[in-house]
Design a protein around this ligand. Sequence first.
Ligand SMILES: [Zn+2]
Length: 445
Amino acid sequence: MFDLVIHAPRAIIEGVERAAVIAVEDGAIAGILEPGQTPEARESVTLAADEVLLPGLVDTHVHVNEPGRTEWEGFASATRAAALGGVTTLIDMPLNSIPSTVTVEALETKRAAAAGQTFIDVGFWGGAVPGNVADLRPLHEAGVYGFKCFLLHSGVDEFRHLSPEEMREAQREIGSFGSVLIVHAEDPEVIDASVNAGGPEYGEFLASRPKGAENRAIETVVAGVRETGCRTHILHLSSAEALPIIADARGAGLPLSVETCPHYLSITAEQIQSGATQFKCCPPIREASNQDALWAGLADGLIDIVVTDHSPCTADLKRFDLGDFGLAWGGIAGLQVGLSATWSAARERGVPLTSVVQWMATRPAELMGVAGKGEIAVGNRADFAVFAPEESFVVKIENLRHKNPVSAYAERELHGVVRETWLGGARLNVDAAARGALLRRGEDQ
Ligand SMILES: [Zn+2]
């Protein structure tokens, strides 16, 4: 007798859509049976013909900001939004919270702040900042999934960026114990040399964060990988001009991986109105032709994963009073609608849902070592999203459950409704008790 059986006319299993019967026992997937079989179970669920059972999404790029900037976002609100968006696992970034996650003590502070508040499972990144090389191995042993660094000012003064030499020192250390460095790759000299006029015109802001800044920083990162052999990951790629650099590095066998984000794939610079600072993020959303090239990079396998870089702030910091792209905080909140936004854009381009699931669930879990997640497979956690890909909806800010009512997706019509999310074999109810776990790398669920 199983705890749960889900009869799914459509499920995405090992990269293929097919009918299946999923049996669940003790929160894990115990069997994947052929359609028509009716094993005994305490609970039996039959999905509708327009619903596809997906593995729960794994979002490895989220800024929760608690403790310290809890007014921006928090564990309860972020994980509620995530659950409603089909995300069952997130990895929290080491900065914007206070303390930054740059010591084991700070990690324990964050874990204590998160405990009992998370509706989904949450793991943590560590940070690599000037002077904390000696903290990296203890953080690794304490279960962080890897280490984030910046190559230019991070936006918050307490999380300082690394020089190229400091980055290579961190890579040597991180490579010595087989973890991964994840890099915000924009070059400070190129940015400093670019005019930052401020003001409400998006084109001015875009010119102040040129593709060249990403391209040059990625060259710096690749040089570090070549020298140290450290597994390294490029965060939030926006400049498609950097794809040939990445292709060369991959061709040379370097352990380099790359992510991009739903907003780069679904919004273009041409669509952004004057003063609409809800669209500000760094690196910026670029022009339509660049977006086409990012999609080609995904198709070619040069971009490995699509994760949200959910990075909210309070509404006042977006400076809607002035609509000034120079003064506004940069960051887009995408946890709740990232899947629908990415799928909508994919659908228009004729890209199948199976690819979106690879980029947003299976590959992030594999790449970042999130055990037992990201795929409907026997032995994995019974984490699912029930997704209706052809149903459309209009994003309403009042329906978004992240903390602050700001969204770059407001009033957009998207395809793909997440009807239910399941965590460990139970339906998620974000208005009931939070029962997500805190994850440590290398630990089985
Ligand atoms: Zn980020």
